[in-house]
Design a protein around this ligand. Structure first.
Ligand code: MN
Ligand code: MN
Length: 309
């Protein structure tokens, strides 16, 4: 058989990355491709709940993408990809984020749309290929979709996501709102996480102009669990700034019920956050009313402010 193609999501994988990798690899296999679902990091507790609920094994851990064939799902930037991705052959991208720095030597399939989840795009690929979705795969995709869109409440949610969620819930045999609430409860379980683990659990690095920026996010129905430990969390952020040379480190603590975020700040360029959001910094935090989406509401203004310098 030909060399396998690994279908892999971003580092610090979330539920959308994992479920998209499993489901998209399955579609490719049904089309006769030697595709293998993979992951670029540890499974988070919410995703563990989802895999258990839909009786699927976690994808294989890909230590390095070097000299491998890769299909990237749920990301397209080297700074977020599996180690060695810049020395891999990327044959395809399926994503819903901004376009980053990917370059290839051959023409490739590149599917991106500004929808709420990669799961929505995988759902559409099944329809386009006329391949039937079994209830487990539908359950996985529904989980990725509801997790990324905060049960279709995030401003990233589009009509396509709503249509996909409805069909996926029907195939999976669950009620969307009730299942979504179960997922949110899992997402909010911080358990015994140390401040450092809270910062890096859902973390992405970016290059904005010549600035190295890290943005973590904690989505929770109980923000006080994090904010009551603010000093310890900020100390963990300072450590990370030192170790990885970030110019700016932002931790979004997103209140899923109030639909707002508190951002904790570290690094030498925190002033740019005040400028980007036209707000003031108090005690290394800013309140961001109505902000739920890192991708749509935080990355663009920060990138703009940092590249305008
Ligand atoms: Mn993701
Ligand atoms: Mn996603």
């Amino acid at each position: 058989m030909s060399q396998p193609t690994y279908v892999v999501g971003h580092q610090q994988p979330d539920t959308d990355s994992i479920t998209a990798a499993i489901s998209y690899a399955r579609l490719k296999q049904q089309q006769g491709r030697n595709a293998v679902a993979a992951r670029a990091g540890e499974i988070n507790p919410e995703t563990a709940f989802v895999l258990d609920r839909w009786a699927r094994e976690p994808p294989a851990h890909l230590e390095s993408g070097r000299d491998k064939q890769l299909i990237l799902v749920d990301h397209n930037e080297y700074s977020q990809a599996v180690e060695g991705a810049n020395a891999a052959t990327v044959t395809e991208v399926l994503d819903h984020h901004r376009i980053g720095d990917l370059t290839t030597s051959e023409p490739i399939h590149f599917y991106t749309e500004p929808v709420g989840s990669t799961a929505t795009l995988v759902f559409e690929q099944y329809a386009a290929a006329d391949v039937e979705l079994d209830s487990q795969t539908a359950g996985l995709l529904l989980s990725g979709l509801l997790s990324d869109t905060v049960v279709c409440r995030s401003p990233t949610t589009t009509e396509k996501d709503r249509v996909a969620a409805e069909e996926l819930a029907a195939i999976a045999g669950v009620e969307q709102e009730a299942y979504g609430k179960e997922l949110l409860a899992e997402k909010s379980k911080l358990g015994e996480k140390s401040p450092r683990e809270m910062v890096v659990a859902d973390f992405k690095a970016f290059e904005f102009g010549d600035s190295h920026v890290g943005i973590g996010q904690i989505e929770t129905v109980d923000p006080d669990q994090v904010l009551s430990q603010q000093a310890a969390v900020l100390a963990a952020m300072d450590e990370l700034v030192e170790e990885r040379g970030f110019d700016l480190l932002v931790l979004l603590v997103t209140d899923l019920l109030a639909e707002e975020s508190t951002a904790l700040l570290a690094g030498s360029k925190t002033d740019v956050v005040a400028a980007a959001f036209e707000t003031t910094i108090n005690d290394r935090t800013v309140s961001l009313s109505g902000v739920m989406s890192r991708k749509k509401q935080v990355v663009p203004p920060l990138e703009k402010a940092l590249t305008a310098e």
